[in-house]
Design a protein around this ligand. Structure first.
Ligand code: ATP
Ligand code: MG
Length: 143
């Protein structure tokens, strides 16, 4: 898997509950990302703690873990040149109140915690996060 061409996303529980999955994937498609793997799953509390372990000492950690394990999520591997940076631009600021029009969080996020989507913040983390959720067998058309 060539580093730099892939990123990883989670459509978070509230966005799934509100029926925004198709709208979000439509924006991802319009921005010319290719979906190389995708599935619906439910993160356990331990999954969420491990996935967001970098934030374990932050004041918001418990609410983040509770939220991320509160319902189904959809996880996906996305391919595009400059995938990590382009996807961070497409999703917009962490706080939806600051997310620009045209971004996923501006359109679909309800609050700082319930901010609709996750996007990897570096190539290294993208590779780690993909391996956290997907086996090689599940990833379509990746050398
Ligand atoms: P994500 O990792 O989910 O893509 P992000 O990279 O934009 O989000 P991070 O700094 O990694 O932002 O924070 C992870 C998540 O923790 C955010 O998506 C948000 O829901 C929550 N979070 C971040 N900062 C705060 C804060 N100050 N107060 C409450 N929740 C926060
Ligand atoms: Mg992050």
């Amino acid at each position: 898997m060539e580093k730099g061409k892939f990123t990883f996303t989670i459509i978070k529980p509230k966005a799934i509950k509100q029926g925004h999955m198709i709208g979000i994937f439509n924006m991802i498609d319009q921005a010319e990302f290719k979906i190389r793997a995708m599935k619906m799953t439910h993160m356990s509390i331990d999954d969420a703690k491990e996935f967001y372990s970098i934030h374990k000492d932050k004041a918001f950690f418990d609410s983040l873990i509770k939220f991320m394990s509160s319902g189904h999520v959809v996880v996906a591997v996305l391919e595009k040149e400059n995938a990590v940076e382009d996807f961070r631009n497409l999703i917009g600021s962490t706080n939806p109140a600051e997310a620009k029009p045209g971004t996923i969080r501006h359109k679909y996020a309800s609050s700082l915690t319930e901010n609709a989507v996750h996007g990897s913040d570096s190539n290294e983390n993208a590779m780690k996060e993909i391996a956290f959720f997907f086996s090689r067998r599940e990833i379509f058309n990746i050398q």
